[in-house]
Design a protein around this ligand. Sequence first.
Ligand SMILES: [Zn+2]
Length: 425
Amino acid sequence: MRAVFLYWSLIEREPERVLDDLAEFTGIDTLLIYVWINTPQGDRLLLPSADDFDLPVPVVSRAEFDSFSATLEMARAKGFKVGCHFSPLFTYGQNLASLRNQALIQAAFHEYPHGNMVWACPNNPDTVQLAVGIIRSAVAAWPQAELLEINHVEYPLWPKNGLGSLFTCFCPHCQDAAQAVGIDLPSLKLAAASLLEEIASVPPPDGPAVSSPANRVLNAMLRRPQIAQWLAFRMTSMSQFVRTVTAAAREAAAQFNPTLEIGLDFFLPSAANLLGTDYADLYHLFDWVSPKFPDYLTGSIVPMIADELNPGGDPARTSALREDMRQILDAGEGPSSYEPAQSSAEELLYHNTFDAAIIDRQMSYLSTLEGKVRNYPWVWLYNRDLAGLREKFEALERNGFEGYCLWLWEPDMTTAALKETQGIF
Ligand SMILES: [Zn+2]
């Protein structure tokens, strides 16, 4: 599989042009299309009907859906496979805001990090009902799709509303789920709050006598054994959610699309467990997996957290915090100077923080999957850095991956931009 994420705007505006260019100038053979679309009328699902839902979900009109189906037919006729790109924890709009996970520090709806996107709690029965409804409907309504890709089955990772927004979830549904297995979530929440306070007040590491960042994390956990219990509870909750939605997908596939293959995306392997995705336990449910090698972790998330923990802006402390986090994430040494990225649309603060060697470093975390499941990792093109992208593809090749999933930005998909990439992917 050599897949690219295909924007709705391109499907709507110039599907034939982009398909022909991908066929002529790239080796792409698979198109991943998100089931939610953003339109001037609001966010809607690419589904012909909302009959399967008890919740108020917006869908496209019949005519719009028929036009979309015709595009899928055209893609197939041109030799592409089609995949439904689906994030079962993501939903959109204030009328579904009750599904949202509840963090230690909670932003108001209008401050959500990605517009009106709601990052739902996996223990909320409404989240499960919505995810299962979308999966069933999409599998039935997209018979042209040969693939279903399950993305973002993890807890929030963008600290746009502060580090405390990542300490989640403590909603009433999580409380019930915890209580059912004898876990006292309120006491775990106190431990999480105390850990957050300690992290936010770490003194600057200013000499060789300071312990390593990994050692500091270990000590913080030893003093608060509830933290390990809380992280394990998050992971068990997420695994249960993944099993439920995947079982629903398999059931729908058996009924409507028996050859449908289902895959799992997960975050940078060294950080996936911390975000709640137990890929080593879940991979056997899937036909393929796609670990992510995301520049936005080292280029946006790490610098944002470093800035928050260094309100005075001391450059030495900023640099030490970034290095510490990279060490904990096993992302290698960062650049000596962080260069600002050019395009704000790509949501990347610094463009020179992710080198292809990170892919090599992360391979040890994937050894448990070796030979057991097909593996098509996600890589990103940022800042139009084609040389950097070429190095990433070389790293994928030397590490034996058989394919890839690629994220390009819309300006990277014009005829001229695709032509310029010839030979890289
Ligand atoms: Zn919850």
